[in-house]
Structures are given as C-alpha cells and as structure tokens.
Design a protein around this ligand. Structure first.
Ligand code: SF4
Length: 400
C-alpha cells in the first residue's frame, strides 16, 4: 500500500490528471525534462521572495494549544518592519536576478534571452510598485502543513499579506501570459492555501489573490465558502483513497502531449515486431467474435419476441421444443418518483419515514398498517409499474 505523505496542490492535480504519471513522479521519483516556463517561474519567485522578505512582520501563528507564538507588538520591539534586513536597492535586485538565473529547459539561446529580458522588465516594474506602495506581508514563501479533516496537506505559500482590517490575504504569483479573475475564483490552489493559512494563523483569511506579474494586477476574491471547501475536501479524499489503494491506472488525455513517461506508459508503448503477428491473429479473432455476439444478441431478441407473441395468442406460458420446454416468466417492478411521494408524506407529517427514498422504502410504507389508508392509496397511485417478460429453458421437462 502506498504511504499517504501530505498532499500538495500540484500532487493532487497530477493524480487527478493521470494516476500513473503521479506514480512515476511521486513514488518512482523519475525526473522530468526541465521546461523553460517552470525554470523561469522558479527564478522570478526566488527573486521576489528576497525582494519582499525585508518587509515581513510576522502574523500570529497557532500553536498546538491553539494560541499565538508571536505577536505583532513583540516583533515591532525587535527592530521594526524589516526585521533587521534593509530593503533591496534596484542594483541589488538586478544582481540577485543575475545570480539566480537558470538556463535549464530553454529551446535556444534566443528563447533564453527573451525570457531573461522579460523577467528583468517584470521585476523592475514590480520593484517600482513595491517602493511606491510597500506591502504588508506577514510571510513569504512559507511552508505550511495541516491535517484537513483526516487529509494531510501542505504547500508553499508565495506571500501572506495583512489586510487593512487586520485579516490575512493569501497571494500566489503567476508569471503566465494571461490571467483573469475567473482563474482566481475557480483556483483549487487558492482554496487549499486558504485552509493551510487558516489552520496555521489565528487571524482570519479575508482575501485570496492570484497576482498577475506581467500586468502587476492582483485578481482578488473573497475566501471560499464552507460548502466549496467541503467539496474540495471530498475530491482530495478520493485522491488519497486512490493513492492508498495504489490505483495507478493510466488516464490518457491532453496532458499526454507533455508527459515525459510515454515510453513507460502502457497506453503508448509499442508491441515488438516479433509479437505483432501472433497478436494480430488474436485481435482479429476477438473482433470476429464480437461481431458474432452482436448478431446473436439481435437474433435471440427477435426469437424471444416471436415466442412471446405466440404464447399471448395461445394463452399459454410453456412452449414445447424438441429438446425441452421454454417457460415464460414475468418480472414486475414498481417505481415511485420522490418528487411525487415526498409531498404526500410531508402533508401527512410522515416525511421522515421515507429514508433514502428507494422503491423498497416506499413499499415498506405501503405495507405498514399504521400509515393511514388514504395516504397509502395516494402513494400507490403515484407509482408506475414496469413489466418484463423473459424465457427460461426447462430441459428436464423433455420436448415433443
Ligand atoms: S502518457 Fe498519458 S496516460 Fe501515460 S502516464 Fe503519461 S499522462 Fe498518463
């Protein structure tokens, strides 16, 4: 059984996209080919971390007992908002960017240079904004863990800011080309971060933000509702169950085009030329049998219908064959739509008797002499009957 290490947003998403790819990544720990957009994002994030860190004034963390570890006042008396580190100058920033730069994953020197220039412009514009409007972060690049109703989760939060009302704003930077408010509204990543921050800080989470770095636009949304969080918790629960059960089936989809493990994946692995001949015969035979199966199913249905008509005409249930007797059987089922049943029971003050509302639940009420006869009559009238005839062969009976 696979161990249940804490789930991160990216790990959960990888499993939901394809459990087999998740296994290659998180159990077999196979490396992936570096990609320019990941490398670029990593470099920009690491520079932003250093740029914003001097402004950090820690928030109030929960301890195991649920109380604070450090207060704002205590922190202020130890040296002010920067915590002793001066903010970076423009020159510091550019030098830091040069040191942090990674060349992995770029298709060409031209592509790398284009990204490098983009990163420099983006960081300089961000820097100007930062100097004009200093942020109020309580943490940057913080690793948080939590037990979310039995599901261990963790994540690195780009930034947690203090809001004007004294609450917290969860901020995730995005270097992508396009980003809108809809992404912030629908982001499972922000939902998970809300849970992590709420579990680790005493101040309330008041905003969730995807920060679009290329346009310096914060896309802000209110925190998620309890219903929305419980729906995400259920989805993560399915991921945890799948991991525990080692249900690592390949799930082909658009993600396959960027999957590094196609050569290991049964969905894409090719059969060797030596095996091809033998397997072709097997597959062709399977296809022939499938066709024959469909033909026989149709013939069987038509024969049974003809026998049924003959039995109706003759008023009998047993038809003789030369090796045995075919016996006609009837199966009846009743269906009671909950939309029709529930109002009747509610009007009689018996709604709690319905339970999950299956046909068997309704039949139990119909059989109950304690339920007024008028209620049972109305319930009974709401039902619809389905009749199915089928044939059995009785070879013991002998034919004619
Ligand atoms: S190629 Fe597609 S189906 Fe196979 S492991 Fe990768 S993502 Fe999954």
């Amino acid at each position: 059984m696979a161990s249940s290490a804490p789930l991160s947003y990216s790990s959960a998403r990888a499993f939901q996209e394809c459990p087999l790819r998740w296994k290659f990544l998180y159990i077999d720990r196979l490396p992936e080919t570096p990609r320019s957009y990941f490398t670029f994002g990593r470099v920009v994030h690491s520079v932003l971390e250093e740029l914003v860190r001097p402004y950090v004034v820690p928030g109030t963390r929960r301890t195991r007992e649920g109380e604070s570890q450090r207060t704002l006042d205590e922190w202020g008396s130890r040296g002010g908002a920067s915590g002793g580190r001066p903010p970076l100058t423009r020159e510091d920033l550019l030098a830091l960017y040069d040191r942090a730069w990674l060349s992995d994953g770029y298709a060409s020197a031209e592509e790398e240079e284009r990204y490098r220039t983009l990163g420099r412009d983006l960081l300089l514009r961000y820097y100007q904004r930062l100097v004009r409007e200093p942020p109020r972060p309580v943490a940057v690049e913080e690793h948080l863990e939590a037990d979310w109703e039995g599901i261990p989760i963790h994540g690195y939060i780009d930034r947690i800011d203090r809001t004007p009302d004294g609450g917290l704003e969860v901020v995730d930077y995005k270097t992508s080309r396009e980003l809108g408010r809809a992404e912030a509204r629908d982001s499972d990543q922000l939902s998970l971060y809300q849970v992590l921050v709420a579990s680790n800080y005493t101040e309330p989470v008041e905003r969730l933000t995807l920060y679009h770095l290329r346009s310096l636009t914060p896309h802000r949304t209110p925190p998620r509702s309890p219903e929305s969080l419980s729906e995400l918790n259920a989805r993560l629960g399915s991921v945890v169950d799948g991991i525990r059960a080692e249900a690592f089936e390949p799930t082909p989809g658009p993600q396959c085009t960027r999957c590094d493990f196609r050569s290991r994946c049964p969905e894409f692995r090719e059969v060797s030329p030596e095996e091809t001949g033998r397997l072709r015969t097997l597959v062709d035979r399977f296809e022939d049998l499938r066709r024959e199966e469909h033909r026989l199913e149709g013939e069987l249905r038509r024969t049974a219908e003809e026998m049924h008509r003959a039995a109706e005409d003759l008023g009998v249930h047993r038809l003789p064959g030369s090796r045995g007797v075919a016996v006609r059987r009837k199966e009846e089922t009743w269906q009671y739509p909950p939309t029709a049943i529930r109002p009747v029971l509610e009007a009689a003050g018996l709604a709690e008797r319905l339970g999950p509302g299956t046909s068997e639940d309704v039949r139990r009420i119909l059989r109950d002499p304690g339920v007024p006869a008028e209620v049972r009559r109305r319930l009974s009238e709401s039902g619809s009957r389905r009749v199915r005839w089928y044939w059995e062969l009785d070879s013991e009976a002998g034919g004619t």
